[in-house]
Design a protein around this ligand. Structure first.
Ligand SMILES: Cc1cc2nc3c(=O)[nH]c(=O)nc-3n(C[C@H](O)[C@H](O)[C@H](O)COP(=O)(O)O)c2cc1C
Length: 219
């Protein structure tokens, strides 16, 4: 049997890949996009999964995984139930950190930025692209609210399936939609041998985003 404690004392020596200022152009979102493409090409499981950290109404941080659904010059987009715990946190503190844990590549990217809701048109378009089952589940589930039993949730799903039987047109609940994280800090981390890792951080003015500054940080 595998010793579970062995997992806590492993010392993996990371690979020979390096990260050089010259590898990246001046825009970390372009660089992020190419790392994401590479993660997918190199077989990372769910390469668009990211850990979203928010600050609650009570000032306490919380984290959970969500899927990245869009990235462009304006930022990174994910979709969720805005009445959820994270939605309430974002209403109180519209700022977030996203962490992409690409362990198999000895890489991580950490993105921090201000958060805004995407437009209704954008949320509608993404909602319409989801499979019917996901739209029914998203309608049935009041994310982060307690429920007495799984049976209650399943019967709600069943009622919606009957209601929408043969009908693809399940409307997007008002509480469901996207958020865009507009970064002012993006850190790229590449594991290197003997813990001499590479860290490059891009920052820009939070209030008046313009050009990016790049710095190397000690590992
Ligand atoms: C791989 C993975 C992907 C997920 N993607 C999403 C997502 O895109 N949107 C979402 O609302 N929840 C997603 N979840 C569920 C969240 O981690 C979380 O349980 C849920 O959003 C409720 O979080 P909250 O109570 O902090 O608001 C995902 C979970 C996993 C493990």
């Amino acid at each position: 049997m595998t010793d579970p404690d062995a997992a806590l004392s492993r010392h993996t020596d990371y690979g020979a890949e390096s990260l050089d200022e010259a590898d990246f152009g001046g825009d970390p979102l372009v660089a992020f996009h190419s790392w994401l493409t590479e993660a997918a090409a190199r077989g990372v499981y769910e390469p668009n999964a990211m850990v979203l950290s928010t600050i609650g109404e009570d000032g306490i941080p919380s984290s959970r995984t969500v899927l990245l659904r869009g990235v462009d010059a304006d930022g990174l987009v994910f979709y969720t139930d805005r009445s959820s715990r994270k939605g309430r946190a974002l209403a109180a503190h519209p700022v977030a950190t996203l962490l992409f844990p690409w362990y198999a590549l000895h890489r991580q990217v950490i993105v921090t930025g201000d958060v805004t809701e995407v437009s209704d048109a954008e949320s509608d378009a993404y909602w319409a692209s989801r499979p019917l089952g996901s739209r029914i589940a998203g309608t049935a589930s009041r994310q982060s609210q307690p429920i007495a039993s799984r049976g209650e949730l399943e019967s709600r799903v069943h009622e919606l399936e009957v209601l929408h039987h043969g009908d693809e047109d399940v409307p997007r609940p008002e509480r469901w939609g996207g958020y865009r994280v507009r970064p002012w800090r993006v850190e790229f981390w590449q594991g290197r041998t003997s813990r001499l890792h590479d860290r490059l951080v891009f920052t820009r003015d939070r209030e008046a985003p313009g050009g990016w500054t790049i710095q190397r940080l000690q590992p």
